[in-house]
Design a protein around this ligand. Sequence first.
Ligand SMILES: [Fe+2]
Length: 313
Amino acid sequence: MSSPRLGHPHLGLGVGLRSRHYAHILREEPAVDWFEIISENYMDSQGRPRYVLDQIAERYPIVMHGVSLSIGSADSLNWDYLDRLKKLAVGVNARWVSDHLCWTGIAGKNTHDLLPVPLTEETLSHVADRVRIVQDILERPLVLENPSSYVTFACSTMPEWEFLSRLCEQTDCGLLLDVNNVYVSAYNHDFDPEEYIDSVPHDRIVQVHLAGHTNMGTHCIDTHDGRVIDPVWALYQRLHQHTSGVSTLLEWDANIPEFPIVHAEVLKAKQYTEALPTASKTSFAGESDASGREEAAQTVLPHPAVMVAAEVE
Ligand SMILES: [Fe+2]
């Protein structure tokens, strides 16, 4: 049994670092606890993004979050990518390195999407082997995030929380639990998000993600373009009662407002943790803002991987 959070500290409430906030952060030095960066936006850059990041890394803890590891792919691992990932982790003193339980391409083609894997014994064995290799190369535990998904596989034989639990057990990797992704996938695939929250291995959770999404009525899309909705906060509160506190980060990747608004959104987490009121029943059956669904249906949505395209400079 590993120590809680794999021995990582509870960093507090963090914000995803986005280029539109660079000037504000450098000028104002806001009292945010930590930042998460999208690894790919800085791996190849020795220009302004890296220059800014190095200054921010001197003042705040940095965590790395990648979107290109493709741990579930049948392609061989990208050794060059892993080498550059490791160099960046060392360079910014990353507290930990995360990516997603997904695959992003095949035959050398990158879809720039986070695609779900079949939840089978064969996939578990395949992914576990690759996680071990990645951890050996990075010389640190890998932290993997539950993805949001829009399709499932008829051949899957276990729920996602079981797949992740067994993966953590077999490889000693950590878990980045995206509570919004649990909500989105539960809505799209009609599973119980509370059972998911209750069943994941809580001592393996190194980090939590929160984000907004877009409800299209028939399905939810993980757009990261707005505030966290109340049912997701309720799941977060439920999770907190299992973990007693874990580093929490807000992702806001499209229609990004000024930094104080983004920061204020993640600070709402204190309402659900410090007072620790009795967990309210998650109103999962429907979101409260029904009119928002109609509004959303007419909205041009950002691509789910917008944080990469928009951030690469
Ligand atoms: Fe996330």
